[in-house]
Design a protein around this ligand. Sequence first.
Ligand SMILES: NC(=O)c1ccc[n+]([C@@H]2O[C@H](COP(=O)([O-])OP(=O)(O)OC[C@H]3O[C@@H](n4cnc5c(N)ncnc54)[C@H](OP(=O)(O)O)[C@@H]3O)[C@@H](O)[C@H]2O)c1
Length: 229
Amino acid sequence: MEPRVALITGATRGIGYAAAARLAALGYRVVVAGRDPGAADRAAAEVGGVPLVLDVTREADAGRAVAFVEAEFGRLDALVNNAGVLLDREEAGLGVALEKVRATLEVNALGALRLAQAFAPMMVRQRYGRIVNVSSIMGSLAQAGPGYLAYRTSKAALNMITRVLAAELTGTGVLVNAVHPGWVRTRMGGPEAPLSPEEGARALVWAATLPEDGPTGGFFQGEGKPLPW
Ligand SMILES: NC(=O)c1ccc[n+]([C@@H]2O[C@H](COP(=O)([O-])OP(=O)(O)OC[C@H]3O[C@@H](n4cnc5c(N)ncnc54)[C@H](OP(=O)(O)O)[C@@H]3O)[C@@H](O)[C@H]2O)c1
């Protein structure tokens, strides 16, 4: 069988980079997507993947990504929507600038939806696909607290996007799940976080490589521990 193909957004550093390296080690052809061309080239060379310039907020970039994957591999087996921003760290929701909320939604929620919409038809055609939305427990309605309104709202929206797409794709061979990587030592997570990027990436890799009878429309931490919405 041909090797499977995975595309990871925001794969130039942090959890996305670690997921790209792991999937490559598992034998996947990996498209290392990043918005900075130099960073994408470097990361792809390091993990043994192919670079792709992709800003998830740009419609034209999504179209180019589909054309690139189609031409290069003719299929996409796993889409890992990992790119994310945290713009309202430690800020109160009552004071956060709406522009920050809008910019956060644009990357964390709409960026993931844009790419899922772009690649789902290819996955449905081949009757196989895994869409992994890298969410956060901060987006859980059940566990919501004060602050981080923009970030929490964007991840809650991403969770709903996950549920709706999973329902619409039931029976097509395409599984769609949201995962929480845990608190991870990256530029976003900071130096105090308990998990390494490699440990955080386990949830992404698990959801990207689910077997045919794997779950869809779920929210998980680690390798399949369900989380409250
Ligand atoms: N770290 C944690 O503790 C933690 C916990 C829960 C969830 N998460 C989630 O895990 C994911 C990865 O986070 P991380 O901790 O690895 O953060 P990170 O080190 O800050 O990396 C974020 C990545 O997203 C990319 N990115 C940002 N905006 C983008 C855009 N418009 N288009 C394409 N790429 C873009 C960044 O690219 P540039 O290098 O170009 O900026 C970078 O590669 C995020 O979705 C985050 O919300 C993280």
